[in-house]
Structure formats: structure tokens, C-alpha cells
Design a binder for this molecule. Structure first.
Ligand code: SF4
Ligand code: SF4
Length: 323
């Protein structure tokens, strides 16, 4: 089982696409009372694969992050950070313990997020010194999509070898046809960047080659532990009582949520008859919830993004197979 602990939903940035701000929930962080209880709960289950330390910005509470890396027994530890609070000492501490740091950086222009790009560049370079294979996570909006290739090249020139580029979940294009054309053009250019691992294309290629669809299920392979100790299936469901799956005090109670939400992994109406459906992430409840605020549908923009990823991945496979 993979576990995500939300250290806090507070953050020192103000990204327009922030999922936390759109969730509109109460802000808080793990208190000293609850800190050890979360570790005890997870350790008592003795089944941890990956432990994700998440936020908000988890490094607002570095001590808590360090505490979980040291006190919870896991096969792998991953911290997701906006990078603003990274210091060399902390990066070194993580590198010595093989704790992976994933950092977000949107490329050439980050001031809209409330951060100086030069600061992020400097912190990223220090991180790459200790973790050269760091996964850098970029979010693109309708405005920044035309510069997706440029922004990824910018990161690549800073020394980044692995990126993930994700669309703003709330995106609703004003002109879907024009948007689709730019999306296709940008992703084609991205696929041609040499020596850059692009998570979305790599995983799509894998899915096409394996030729099997995976279904999203409530608390079967991963759980999300909120900073208040409540358990939910995934980040997008935090503080939605109808999806609560117990707490660190009562244990995981996923059966009721599974019964109450048989539509959790349903494929939406728009996907009926879609020929590339089996390669698509259309059953991912977290993605459906993020893009439409419902588990019954996926947004038009997310559907277009899937189509573009699948087409681009198919082109790469065709090229690799000699045309
Ligand atoms: S860095 Fe992450 S948590 Fe912080 S405002 Fe941006 S999207 Fe939200
Ligand atoms: S590409 Fe779009 S229509 Fe097809 S399965 Fe995916 S989300 Fe549904």
C-alpha cells in the first residue's frame, strides 16, 4: 500500500491552479498530538510501499517531514515541494537517506505563483547536485500552453533530466479547436526533446505496450491521510465527508465508501465508444474529481490532453519500430 501524508494544506505560494485553494477547506497542519499517532498507525499496518509527504507545502514543517522519514518504515520516501524552502543542508540530509525530492517549477516565468524564478532556479540547481534524477513537475495553463516546449527546454538547460507536465485541472478552453491544435503541436515538439524523460509520454507508452486498463479503486492500493488524521482515497477527496474512509483512530473503513460510490471508477458518458479508451486515464477518480468536481465525468480539456498524449505516444512507438 502507498501512503500519502498531508503535512499541511497551507502554502507560501499562490498558484492560480492550486487544488488546495479550489477545495476551499479549512487550513491546518499536523499537530504534535497527532504526529506520532500517524506514524504508529502506518507502522502497525506493516505494508508500506511508497510514503509520500505532501501538502500544501510540506517543507513549512521540515521537522515533521524529517520525523516521518526516520520513524516510518517504507520502501521509498518521496517529498513533493514547491522548492522555495529547500536549503542545501536539508537536501543533503535527504540525499544521505535516499529520500526523493520532487520539485515543482513552471519554467521561464514563475512570478504569477508568487515566487522569484531566480530563487527556484538556484534551489533546483542545488537539488540537482545531490539528486541529478530529480523529477521536476510543471503545470501549464491555457496562457502558458503555447510556451510548454520553451519552458521544458528551459528546465532541461538547467540540467533537468526528468519532467512531468500537467495541465491546470480547472482549464476550460475558450476555443477548444484552437486549444487542441496548440496542445498537439506543443506535445509533438516536447516528444522530440533529446535526453529528457517526460513522465506523461513514458507512462502512456508503457500503458499502450501493456495493452491493459487499470481501474481506480477506493483505498485498495493507496490512501491519503489528512493532517487531522482523517483518511480519504486520494488528495482530491480530502474533507469530503461522503468519501471519508475512517481515520488513524478508527482504522481504514473503506467498505462503506465503496458501497456508497459504485460510480467511483466509472467511465464517463463522453467516453462510450471511444476507440482509445483503454489507453486513457478516464477512470481515475482523482482526475475526474479535479477536473469536473464529480466522479462521473472528465473535463473536455482533460479528454483532449489524453487524446494528445495517446497520439503522441503512438507516434513515438511507431518511430521506435522503424516507422
Ligand atoms: S505550490 Fe502547490 S500547494 Fe502551493 S499554491 Fe502552488 S499548487 Fe498550491
Ligand atoms: S480520450 Fe476522452 S473520450 Fe476517449 S476515453 Fe479518454 S476521456 Fe474518454
Amino acid at each position: 500500500m502507498d501512503y500519502t501524508i498531508s503535512i499541511t494544506n497551507k502554502c507560501n505560494l499562490k498558484c492560480t491552479y492550486c487544488y488546495e485553494r479550489h477545495l476551499n477547506t479549512e487550513y491546518g497542519c499536523i499537530t504534535s498530538d497527532i504526529r506520532g499517532k500517524i506514524a504508529d498507525f502506518i507502522n502497525s499496518r506493516n505494508d508500506v510501499g511508497v510514503l509520500y509527504l505532501f501538502g500544501g507545502e510540506p517543507l513549512l514543517y521540515k521537522d515533521t517531514v524529517k520525523y516521518y522519514c526516520e520513524s516510518i518504515k517504507a520502501k521509498k520516501y518521496v517529498i513533493t515541494t514547491n522548492g522555495t524552502l529547500l536549503e542545501e543542508e536539508f537536501i543533503k540530509w535527504c540525499a544521505d537517506r535516499k529520500v526523493t525530492i520532487n520539485m515543482s517549477h513552471d519554467g521561464i516565468e514563475c512570478t504569477d505563483r508568487g515566487v522569484d524564478t531566480a530563487l527556484l532556479d538556484a534551489n533546483l540547481k542545488t537539488l540537482l547536485k545531490y539528486q541529478p534524477d530529480t523529477l521536476v513537475q510543471l503545470v501549464y495553463t491555457e496562457e502558458t500552453l503555447p510556451k510548454l516546449y520553451d519552458n521544458l527546454m528551459y528546465l532541461h538547460k538547467l540540467g533537468v533530466k526528468k519532467v512531468s507536465a500537467v495541465m491546470d485541472s480547472f482549464l476550460q478552453p475558450a476555443d477548444p479547436d484552437a486549444f487542441g491544435d496548440i496542445l498537439r503541436e506543443q506535445w509533438r515538439k516536447v516528444s522530440e526533446i533529446k535526453d529528457l524523460y517526460v513522465y506523461e509520454l513514458a507512462t502512456k507508452k508503457k500503458r499502450i505496450k501493456e495493452n491493459k486498463q487499470s481501474l481506480c479503486e477506493i483505498c485498495k492500493k493507496k490512501i491519503f491521510i489528512n493532517w487531522d488524521g482523517n483518511i480519504y482515497p486520494c488528495v482530491q477527496f480530502q474533507n469530503r465527508p461522503e468519501y471519508n474512509c475512517g481515520s488513524i483512530f478508527t482504522g481504514i473503513k473503506a467498505e462503506e465508501a465503496r458501497k456508497a460510490h459504485p460510480d467511483y471508477s466509472m467511465v464517463s458518458e463522453r467516453c462510450k465508444g471511444c476507440e482509445i479508451s483503454k489507453y486513457c486515464r478516464n477512470s481515475c477518480a482523482c482526475r475526474k474529481m479535479a477536473t469536473t468536481n464529480s466522479v462521473r465525468d472528465i473535463s473536455e480539456a482533460a479528454c483532449m490532453e489524453e487524446q494528445v498524449h495517446i497520439l503522441t505516444a503512438l507516434e513515438i512507438i511507431t518511430k521506435e519500430n522503424g516507422g
